[in-house]
Design a protein around this ligand. Structure first.
Ligand SMILES: [Fe+2]
Length: 244
């Protein structure tokens, strides 16, 4: 694990472990017929490290990711500056908080907690193609940040929002399924997004990058990505024009 903050496994209360288990069980059942097979496959493959019964160990999740896609994890207190975030992704390192919401925040939290950061974000990092996309995304963001290209960075941030946080991904039959971490980690957002699955916008990179988003209200627009591979190609071509 990257040096710095460490997770204090002894510091959690029984109530916090129970909150985690209830969040996990409710959401796993809710996602069963709604989530992308890519995500569900990875979530279930990680059940020995991203545990259902108790708050998971960051070290154990990292050990499992490391064996498959060489990603590492870094414990952070909360949101970090964009440039640092891109640099970490470029180095195949994802950030997670280790605090867990309390019971009064069961359905809504303003700031991402460990349930969002791990249950939402970590499973697809076990998938080779998704992991590669995140690495490329971070590399591009880091280079654009160093070059001071704020317009291009805004485009990348929108891509992150509309795919990594709130995206739909088509399954092998072309049916829309949920993938974004902001959806996966929220019972209410899952049901809201799912109710709009017949009204999705096609995921065209230029459209996504030109669509502003709001963080303070429930989402009204979702994009359906047909394949991560196709998006990686489109993103690579876009980056070449930015870097030229
Ligand atoms: Fe997130």
């Amino acid at each position: 694990m990257t040096s710095g903050l460490v997770q204090n496994m002894q510091g959690y209360t029984e109530e916090q472990h129970t909150t985690w288990r209830l969040l996990y069980e409710r959401q796993r059942a809710n996602l069963d017929d709604k989530a992308s097979p890519l995500y569900l496959h990875c979530l279930d493959a990680m059940v020995s490290s991203l545990t259902r019964e108790q708050i998971p160990s960051v070290q154990r999740m990292e050990d499992q990711l490391g064996k498959h896609t060489q990603w590492t994890l870094k414990v952070v207190p909360g949101l970090i500056p964009a440039e640092e975030f891109f640099e970490l992704l470029a180095r195949r390192c994802f950030c997670t908080s280790t605090w867990v919401r309390n019971r009064s925040q069961f359905d809504y939290i303003e700031e991402p907690d460990m349930f969002h950061d791990t249950f939402g974000h970590i499973p697809p990092l076990l998938d080779p193609e998704y992991a590669e996309f995140m690495h490329e995304f971070g590399t591009m963001g880091w280079q654009l940040a160093k070059a001071g290209n704020t317009a291009a960075l805004l485009g990348l941030q929108r891509l992150y929002w509309y795919f990594v946080e709130f995206g739909f991904l088509a399954d092998t039959e072309g049916q829309p399924k949920l993938i974004g971490a902001g959806i996966m980690s929220s019972f209410g957002e899952t049901n809201h997004a799912w109710s709009l699955r017949d009204e999705l916008s096609p995921f065209k990179l230029s459209d996504v990058m030109n669509t502003p988003y709001r963080t303070d209200t429930i989402q009204t627009q979702y994009f359906l990505l047909s394949s991560i591979e196709a998006m990686r190609r489109e993103l690579g071509a876009w980056f070449e024009t930015m870097a030229a």
